[in-house]
Design a binder for this molecule. Sequence first.
Ligand code: HEM
Length: 90
Amino acid sequence: NNSPYLRVTPSMLRRQTGRKGTDAWTVLGGRVYNIGPYVPFHPGGGPELLRGAGKDGTQLFGEIHPWVNYEGMLSACLIGLYVPEEPPKD
Ligand code: HEM
């Protein structure tokens, strides 16, 4: 396909927990972000932010601070699109 974005599957996401030298990725609104660079700056603290690492953090994020503009704040940390495990061939 012609999408410029990396397509990230659940199994790819699960590995990016920030542990064992991996990147810390999270999903927000169907997009995948590298949240590692933001860890030292998160007002709620690094460990709290990393609760969303390696998983879809959309619901957790929305329960805590739905007013926060993550798209603007993390635009430079966008990795790609979150897609199902086996995307249909096109
Ligand atoms: C504040 C948790 C992801 C930006 C907080 C606070 C918590 C929290 C508990 C409150 C801290 C306090 O009141 O002392 C989480 C969790 C996340 C997450 C569990 C993972 C899913 C993010 C992301 C961003 C972000 C991805 C932005 C890119 C902020 C901001 C505040 C905040 C700006 C201050 C909000 C305010 O005071 O209005 N977070 N956060 N957080 N977080 Fe997060």
